[in-house]
Design a protein around this ligand. Structure first.
Ligand code: SF4
Ligand code: SF4
Length: 290
């Protein structure tokens, strides 16, 4: 089984547009939205929910008011100021457990925290695993791991040989969680100074984890000088540019309609994305033979 993860150094580079189009172009696959802090792939794929599961992660303190003598020690000592009026604010509580050790009457216990949901849904393009992290909840790296694990199980049980993952932005823990063990990463960037900087950082992460990389320059015609600079930057590191997608308002129109652009138009953007998908498919096929 192969897994391609689509990443960008930051949000807003058009990553989900590319993933939505791959969903429409790829034959036998499972889709995974690993951008759990701002999941939006479902907006393009109109999923119908098959299964919803709770995601439990981390701990929060809980005060038993019947036992508490209101001595105030826990409030005084909690360095995150998470206890007020002898009640724990679950959003501020970091789950360190210190208060439960200092309470003289053992009124504080640590409880598992329900920090979000993950879903298995059906789309016209195949199964989609996605998730929603609760407000102000952390541990998105763990939730990403859970989404990938589910996608893998579905692919195995349904006989699909490819997972296409929409990865999180940035280079933090969720990105590492989405990347480790993937067959290939496609890095979507745009020809801006910040895009070039972010690309360099995410390339470093991929190199560190030994994941082969291809690059897509989105809106490549908005600054041809910067596009050339990205091309030289990639060439010098032996990284292939798999696609150069021009700017076109048709992309925004397709998003508003909730349709992957490759199904919405047969213009230049679609042709470029199709060409890029052929390059990626060939790379994935060749990597199976290695
Ligand atoms: S330390 Fe224990 S007894 Fe004291 S205020 Fe906190 S919960 Fe109540
Ligand atoms: S577990 Fe840690 S952060 Fe949470 S209330 Fe207790 S001392 Fe504060």
């Amino acid at each position: 089984m192969k897994e391609i993860v689509i990443l960008s150094g930051k949000g807003g580079t058009g990553k989900t547009t590319i993933v939505g189009s791959f969903a429409a172009l790829a034959q036998s696959k499972v889709l995974a939205d690993c951008d759990v802090d701002a999941a939006d792939l479902h907006l393009l794929l109109s999923p119908s929910e098959r299964q919803k599961s709770e995601f439990w992660s981390g701990q929060v303190a809980y005060i038993d008011r019947d036992r508490c003598t209101e001595c105030g020690l826990c409030q005084e000592l909690c360095r995150f100021d998470a206890i007020k009026d002898f009640m724990v604010d679950p959003v501020s509580c970091e789950g360190c457990g210190f208060c439960s050790h200092v309470c003289p009457v053992e009124a504080i216990t640590m409880k598992e925290n329900m920090s979000g949901y993950w879903f298995i849904s059906d789309t016209k393009y195949g199964p989609l695993v996605h998730a929603r992290l609760g407000i102000a909840q952390e541990n998105s790296g763990k939730l990403v791991a859970a989404v990938r694990q589910q996608a893998k199980q579905i692919a195995e049980s349904e006989g699909e040989d490819l997972i296409i993952s929409d990865g999180p932005p940035g280079i933090g823990c969720p990105v590492i969680s989405s990347l480790s063990g993937a067959s290939l990463a496609l890095l979507v960037t745009e020809p801006t100074l910040s895009g070039m900087h972010d690309l360099e950082r995410v390339l470093g992460v991929c190199r560190h984890f030994g994941v082969p990389v291809l690059v897509c320059i989105n809106k490549c015609d908005l600054n041809e000088g910067n596009t050339q600079q990205i091309e030289s930057q990639c060439l010098s590191q032996g990284v292939e540019i798999a696609g150069r997608v021009p700017f076109d308002n048709i992309v925004s129109q397709s998003i508003v309609q909730g349709i992957p652009v490759v199904e919405y138009s047969n213009g230049t953007v679609t042709q470029e994305i199709e060409r890029m998908w052929h390059t990626i498919s060939a790379r994935l096929r060749n990597s199976s033979k290695e």
